[in-house]
Ligand binder design. Structure first.
Ligand SMILES: C[S@@+](CC[C@H](N)C(=O)[O-])C[C@H]1O[C@@H](n2cnc3c(N)ncnc32)[C@H](O)[C@@H]1O
Length: 416
């Protein structure tokens, strides 16, 4: 940096020459980033704007941080120019840092209104329009996800995946891959719209902080290019629902990604095309599967979490007493049986069902997913007799059977 010059001006105002210099650097060739932090009454507001490439088109991404909340917006060149005038006209003590390929400009306006300007020596830097963390070929890198990643807290201010969030980042990526695989054979005419004219509707059951919910919307619209998509996240916790709503609003997705504070059992979407759940606790996974059936979803993708229901009712079965004596093995066996019953019930109800490891066990020990697509005739003999044989061996009634009541009973009663 050069020595810097101090110029006293009308309080907080930049002089015209400095304003012009900032405009020329931001609107001209080689613009990399402008960041302004304003301190007022103990609070801090920070805005940063940088060029990005979205779908091969140059855009400008503004990130605004206030009271710990992050909002992100993308602009065209006109939007950049208008936003820049607001940055320049800002009053109060502030720091402005402007980076171009040729060097940096720092402007500090003190509380007394003194304007201190310093410039770096001339540089020759390369302007990189690519969002960060683009190394791997994963769904969250197939579009400009940097705004989402920061708003969700998956990435830090520089766009790097936070070490503590790596597991969730991997889960979301791998979940999106399964979504992409499931939808790859959809007829183009049905893309983004259901037969009755509704948008392609996805319900995320037990959405929590909406990492997956919001990523799903962005992936379906930006990567799979589905034109009309509505994603609804449902969770019974008020705090996570308000945080999720704030995130969606900050990303300009209100009305496209909505959230309902509700117990899953009490929520009715009417119809849905896809129902997903990622680690919805215990029987909430069964509730998600049941909702997928009742809302006549074509796709039901569910990664179960902890499961306790069966543990309460499973007795020692002859040769299994040695397994059941060890609590960890008993727990694992219950997990396996619960997911087996779930998969078998979904098969009976007309869903082609695969049980897959959707993500590595390093990202989560709960890495099983039930991947179901409604595409076969319900109530076929094979799946029903397989289900009854296992159920009757263990002398249990899986919770999902009870939950589905008549919808399942009509298929199995004639074999009992
Ligand atoms: C382990 S968190 C997972 C959140 C999110 N899907 C994710 O992967 O980050 C489970 C969430 O399911 C919600 N949940 C559990 N049972 C529920 C129910 N019966 N109805 C609605 N939400 C439920 C919890 O409040 C919690 O936010």
């Amino acid at each position: 940096m050069d020595g810097g010059s101090a110029v006293s001006r009308e309080r907080f105002d930049l002089d015209e020459a400095l304003k012009e210099e900032i405009r020329a650097k931001v609107l001209g060739e080689g613009f990399m980033k402008i960041v302004q932090s304003v301190r007022r009454g103990g609070a801090q507001f920070r805005i940063s704007v940088r060029p990005v490439e979205i779908g091969g088109v140059r855009r400008y991404q503004a990130e605004m941080v206030e009271d710990g909340q992050v909002r992100v917006k993308n602009f065209d060149a006109d939007g950049l120019s208008a936003g820049l005038e607001e940055i320049i006209a800002q009053k109060g003590a502030r720091d402005l840092h402007l980076m171009t390929a040729k060097g940096d400009l720092h402007v500090r306006v003190t509380r007394k209104g003194r304007v201190v300007v310093s410039r770096s020596a001339e540089m020759d830097r390369k302007v990189d329009l690519k969002p960060h963390d683009r190394v791997k070929n994963v769904p969250l890198n197939a579009f400009d996800s940097s705004a989402y990643m920061k708003a969700a807290g998956l990435a830090d201010g520089e766009g790097r995946v936070r070490a503590s969030m790596r597991g969730k980042y991997d889960q979301v990526n791998e979940f999106l891959k399964v979504v992409g695989e499931s939808l790859k054979d959809r007829a183009p005419s049905r893309d983004g719209e259901s037969e009755d004219g509704r948008p392609f509707t996805v319900v995320d059951c037990g959405c929590g902080k909406a990492y997956l919910t919001v990523a799903l919307y962005l992936y379906l619209t930006q990567v799979l290019q589905m034109p009309r998509v509505h994603v609804i996240g449902v969770d019974r916790r008020a705090d996570v629902v308000s945080a999720a709503r704030r995130m969606a609003a900050g990303l300009d997705l209100a009305g496209k990604v909505d959230f309902e504070e509700s117990d899953l059992a009490a929520f009715n979407a009417g119809r849905a095309d896809m129902v997903v759940s990622l680690h919805a606790c215990d029987t909430a996974t069964d509730e998600a599967l049941a909702k997928g059936v009742e809302w006549r979803a074509r796709y039901v993708l569910s990664a179960p979490c902890c499961q306790h229901e069966l543990q309460k009712t499973l007795d020692d079965r002859g040769a299994f007493s040695g397994v059941m004596r060890q609590s960890i093995l008993r727990e694992r066996l219950c997990d396996i049986l619960t997911d087996s019953f779930r998969a078998m019930i979904m098969r009976i109800l007309g869903f082609r069902t695969q049980v897959v490891e959707f993500v590595s066990s390093e990202a989560t020990a709960r890495n099983i997913m039930l991947k179901c697509e409604y595409c076969v005739k319900p109530g076929q003999t094979g799946p029903v007799s397989e289900y009854l044989a296992l159920r009757d061996y263990w002398h249990v009634t899986p919770w999902l059977e009870t939950r589905l009541g008549g919808l399942l009973a009509k298929h199995i009663s004639r074999f009992e």
